[in-house]
Write a protein that binds this ligand. Structure first.
Ligand code: M6R
Length: 613
């Protein structure tokens, strides 16, 4: 959840690291800090957002050509400067940054205190600093001292260490699944980062560290080792992301930019995967023979948050298009419930970041029990991508806003493609149906574009009228129920309004008690097979004087006449309608949060990659 950046070369290291941290601030913004080695070890840290560290650096700049930096999402210890990373030892020889949790830190801390070490922070990370310090005092070089310290840590970590006694190098390690450690390769300069956007302006050549792998990074070379000291040869990957896609451009917020990018990201998702004359789908990293496709008895989708809601929509798509049983589990529950899996089951992980700890643990559980492992992942090269037997790489580009938007619609599009692909391989979809589905898909980017045209829906009026409300209800049925969940999640994440998504038919079994003339109820009532049922539920809300905001298909005068307000979407294939119906809900949440003066891109308490349990 924290972000780490490192640089060694001939340029001003602290500015490069600061700029990199800005691209990782979505991972945590409780505090930030940078350490440079330039003869001496120098550290600047500041509580709160990165701008505070930037101001501090303006008052007291850091010189030098080697630096590590960190942006924190607090786990152990309050978000105050004393607990900000980097953490130095008492003699200020080394500095350490960490992403993850040292699960045995209490025992290590007690032992180190007994040995005479004095702790100045409440963090678990500081034990790493003192452990390395202990081994340096016993005569080890930096790399060996780090190795000995790393081997004592329980939990998952990404760590970087510098020392003024060995001022040419950064030592880094990945232990378990605490988020990525990416080494960026340059010309007489090298980089380190938790995620690609941090270094994308400088290099597109990267090496990913796996569990229990270390790198020793100097300006001239990078050496890779296993934790036991064995040298490693690692493959270099070329990143294809465009550096421009990781900046805000003309938009006020990343979330806003990412919402408006959806026609393009949906287009990129479809591009090259569908033959529009035959309707045949091809997925480049998932090729199955018809026999293999027919042998699949069950797909178990595991994911968290927005990705789990995408999975719930995916269940409808896969069951309909491929006639295969699908269940959807929150990864945080799945990993602990001893699920029944076998080699005829596919565990399909959905994850934007490819780093979510619970999702990765669920994948490992699937692997352990002999299931096939597939994933739909946006962060190319991430852990989820690398451990999968088959993968569908989202083509959404980097998603920086903490509230996921374009990754959700890209996932829905990928799930539809997967449904078509499996349906074709399993002999469920014939030529005519495949052609119709492909044609429907071809229109999707344009329909998403229509939904986003200026003035198509009046979000300002709704946000102005209802931003002061403390509760919202979102109702949907069938495919629209997960969209109700996602609409509610978007609103609560960025505006801090309590919002609940509910299956509309269940409203009368309890939540109806909440409805009064102060409760906006967003009713997703697109024209599908449960349209009439949804109309009845709208009547029930109206009868209790609830404020009805109906999400309808354009031209639906019947529901429009019953609603206080409408949000409309163009008509699409029923299975693709959720891709459109979520867009007005994203914008409703966005504009409401703006009216409430909330920080849209960095909502309180959240982080983009949830790499801890
Ligand atoms: O990176 P992942 O897709 O695995 O992340 C899963 C959730 O943490 C994520 O979708 C979260 O719910 C977002 N903040 C939603 O906007």
């Amino acid at each position: 959840m924290c972000g780490i950046v490192g640089y060694v070369g001939s340029k001003d290291a602290s500015s490069i690291v600061l700029e990199g941290l800005k691209k990782l601030e979505y991972r945590g913004y409780d505090s930030a800090g940078i350490a440079t080695v330039n003869g001496d070890l120098a550290i600047r840290r500041a509580e709160g957002k990165l701008v505070n560290l930037e101001n501090r650096l303006r008052e007291a700049p850091l010189d030098g050509h080697l630096a590590i930096g960190h942006t924190r999402w607090a786990t152990h210890g309050a978000p105050i400067e004393r607990n900000a990373h980097p953490h130095a030892d008492e003699a200020r020889v080394i500095a350490v940054v960490q992403n993850g949790i040292v699960e045995n830190f209490m025992a290590l801390r007690a032992q180190l205190q007994q040995e005479g070490h004095t702790f100045v922070s409440d963090t678990d990370t500081e034990v790493i600093t003192h452990l390395i310090d202990k081994y340096l005092a016993q005569g080890d070089g930096l790399v060996e001292a780090c190795r000995r310290a790393f081997r004592q840590l329980h939990g998952a970590h990404a760590i970087a260490v510098v020392s003024k006694q060995e001022p040419d190098k950064i030592v880094t390690v990945r232990l378990g699944n605490a988020g990525g450690v990416i080494v960026g390769l340059g010309q007489d300069e090298n980089y380190l980062a938790s995620d690609i956007p941090a270094i994308l302006d400088h290099t597109q050549q990267v090496v990913y560290l796996e569990d229990k792998e270390m790198a020793v990074i100097t300006a001239g070379q990078v050496n890779f080792y296993r934790l036991d000291g064995q040298p490693l040869r690692k493959e270099t990957h070329q990143i294809t992301w465009d550096p421009i896609s990781a900046v805000k451009g003309q938009y006020r917020h990343f979330m806003q930019k990412e919402i408006y990018e959806q026609p393009q990201s949906i287009q990129s998702t479809i591009r090259g995967r569908v033959d529009f004359t035959s309707g045949q789908v091809h997925l480049e990293h998932l090729s199955l023979t018809p026999a293999e496709a027919k042998a699949i008895e069950r797909i178990v989708i595991v994911a968290c948050g927005t990705s789990a809601y995408a999975g719930q929509v995916g269940k409808f798509m896969l069951e309909k298009l491929a006639q295969v049983h699908v269940s959807v589990d929150y990864a945080s529950e799945f990993r602990y419930r001893d699920p029944l899996l076998d080699d005829k089951t596919v565990v399909l992980a959905i994850t934007q970041s490819g780093e979510t700890a619970d999702t990765l643990a669920s994948m490992e559980e699937g692997q352990r029990k002999g299931a096939k492992l597939w994933s739909i992942v946006n962060a190319h090269g991430s852990m989820a991508h690398r451990i999968s037997d088959g993968v569908i790489l989202m083509q959404a580009g980097p998603e920086i806003g903490v509230a996921s938007t374009k990754a959700f619609t890209a996932t829905l599009t990928d799930l539809f493609l997967l449904g078509m692909y499996l349906g074709q391989q399993r002999g469920v979809l014939g030529a005519e149906e495949s052609f119709e589905l492909a044609t429907a898909l071809a229109h999707l980017p344009e329909l998403a574009g229509e939904t986003l045209v200026e003035g198509y829906n009046d979000y300002q009026t709704l946000a102005k009228l209802y931003h002061h409300c403390e509760h919202f209800l979102f109702l949907g049925r069938g495919l629209n129920y997960p969209i109700a969940l996602e609409g509610a999640l978007k609103l609560k994440e960025i505006s801090y309004i309590h919002a609940e998504g509910y299956p509309a038919g269940e409203m009368k079994h309890g939540p109806i008690a909440l409805i009064d003339d102060n409760m906006p109820v967003v009713c997703i009532a697109t024209q599908d097979h449960v349209y009439d049922k949804m109309i009845s539920q709208i009547e029930q809300v109206r009868a209790r004087k609830g404020i009805v905001i109906a999400l309808i298909n354009e031209g639906d005068n019947e529901v429009a006449a019953k609603a206080d307000h409408v949000l409309k979407i163009p008509t699409a294939h029923p299975l693709l309608t959720p891709v459109l119906s979520v867009i007005p809900l994203q914008l409703l949440a966005y504009h409401t949060a703006i009216w409430r003066g909330a920080d849209v891109d960095q909502p309180r308490n959240l982080a983009k990659s949830v790499t801890v349990e």
